[in-house]
Design a protein around this ligand. Structure first.
Ligand code: NAD
Ligand code: UGA
Length: 331
């Protein structure tokens, strides 16, 4: 196993499994892969025939040649048949979100983020899939001094969610470190991804929704929290590059370079919509860190990737998408 960067050029896989394909990032990734000629099997436990969010996420995939969707839970389903002839697994399925992870649904986080991942890794071994790209999270770094987080920093996860994401990426890397293991693993630590079809629990969606509807926005804390907001198309481009990066196992930050505060997001939303958001001040939430900021060097070296979309441009695209009837508008 090597954790040291080497330069790379991206190329698209021939056949891929995308887990979490009915989700925000997974649906965009599946769509982008299809555009580059990859045959995609998508799997998700949410059924687009019954779940409005899954249906909206998957609308752009409907009818596209080269796409097959399976509604199944990775905790229980037969995974091997999904991996026949797969060059790469993109493992996006999981339970996201920092704040709800303190609640009774923690078992769901453990089931999907850890136990289902273990089943997937076992299947990847049996089926000898050469590459797995797993969605990890900036939250594994925990509190920082405000400077950029480097992949080798000691992780200090500050929420139950972040603990499960650290377990998930380390589980994948542990499998990859076995002498007889056929799969190389790249764990991408995404930093707060935003853009069209963003999950409605997330801040950028809620700020735009508040600006567009006049409903109040609940602000946890003083709004000076900073995030390295990453536009969805940039996150997807990094993810596809990871599939083609020449032999590399390890962790790579995927940060948008925004380093903006929540107040910046509110101001951009106000300007885009032309209405002042009403703020409903609320207490800071446990597990929320003050700042996330990616050190970008490894992503550049290993993936040949850097972000291209700035926050005002990305939020404009997200706002436009929110005006389309096929996209979710509920907060
Ligand atoms: P999402 O909730 O929109 O998508 C996740 C999908 O995984 C959902 O459709 C869900 O039904 C599916 N899923 C969950 N458990 C499953 C299981 N056991 N079997 C099959 N499907 C299952 O979330 P997202 O924002 O698209 O996040 C995707 C991944 O990226 C998650 O692993 C998340 O932790 C990670 N991540 C997201 C962000 C972000 O800013 N959105 C940042 C860092 C990491
Ligand atoms: C996001 C995703 O939700 C996680 O799944 C992901 O793992 C994480 O990014 C990551 O980068 O790894 P978070 O940064 O908390 O987590 O993003 P948001 O949910 O958009 O919250 C950003 C900030 O806005 C937080 O400080 C939060 O407290 C605040 N917030 C959120 C509000 O003030 N009001 C809201 O209604 C929602």
């Amino acid at each position: 196993m090597s954790d040291s960067p080497s330069s790379a050029t991206a190329s698209s896989p021939r056949r891929a499994l995308v887990t979490g394909a009915a989700g925000f990032i997974g649906s965009h990734l599946a769509h982008a892969l299809l555009q580059t000629g990859t045959t995609v099997i998508g799997v998700d436990r949410r059924d687009p025939a019954r779940d409005q969010t899954a249906a909206a996420n998957m609308a752009p995939l409907r009818g596209l040649p080269g796409y097959m969707h399976i509604t199944a839970d990775l905790l229980t389903c037969a995974i091997d048949p999904l991996l026949i002839d797969a060059d790469v697994i993109f493992h996006l399925a999981g339970i996201p979100g920092v704040r709800p992870s303190w609640g009774p649904q923690f078992g769901e986080y453990v089931n999907s983020n850890i136990l289902a991942t273990q089943r997937l890794m076992d299947a990847a071994t049996r089926m000898r899939v050469p590459r797995l790209v797993v969605a990890s999270s900036s939250s594994v770094y925990g509190p920082t001094n405000g400077g950029p987080s480097v992949e080798g920093d000691h992780p200090r996860p500050a929420s139950p969610y972040a603990v499960t994401k650290l377990a998930e990426e380390q589980l994948c890397l542990a499998h990859a470190s076995r002498a007889d293991y056929p799969t190389s693993v790249i764990a991408l630590r995404y930093f707060t991804v935003y853009g069209p079809r963003q999950r409605p629990d997330m801040f950028t969606h809620r700020a735009l929704h508040a600006a567009m509807t006049g409903q109040p926005l609940r602000l946890y804390g003083d709004g000076h929290q900073r995030r390295d907001f990453t536009y969805i198309d940039d996150a997807v481009a990094a993810t596809i590059s990871a599939a083609g990066a020449p032999i590399y196992t390890g962790i790579v930050n995927v940060g948008g370079g925004a380093n903006a505060s929540l107040i910046d997001v509110i101001n951009i939303a106000n300007n885009l919509v032309g209405r002042e958001i009403q703020i409903h001040a609320d207490n800071a939430r446990n597990g929320d860190v003050q700042t996330t900021r990616a050190d970008p060097r490894r992503a550049q070296a290993v993936l040949g990737w850097q972000p291209t979309v700035d926050l005002p441009t990305g939020m404009r695209a997200q706002m436009r998408a929110l005006t389309q009837p096929s996209y979710r508008t509920a907060a």
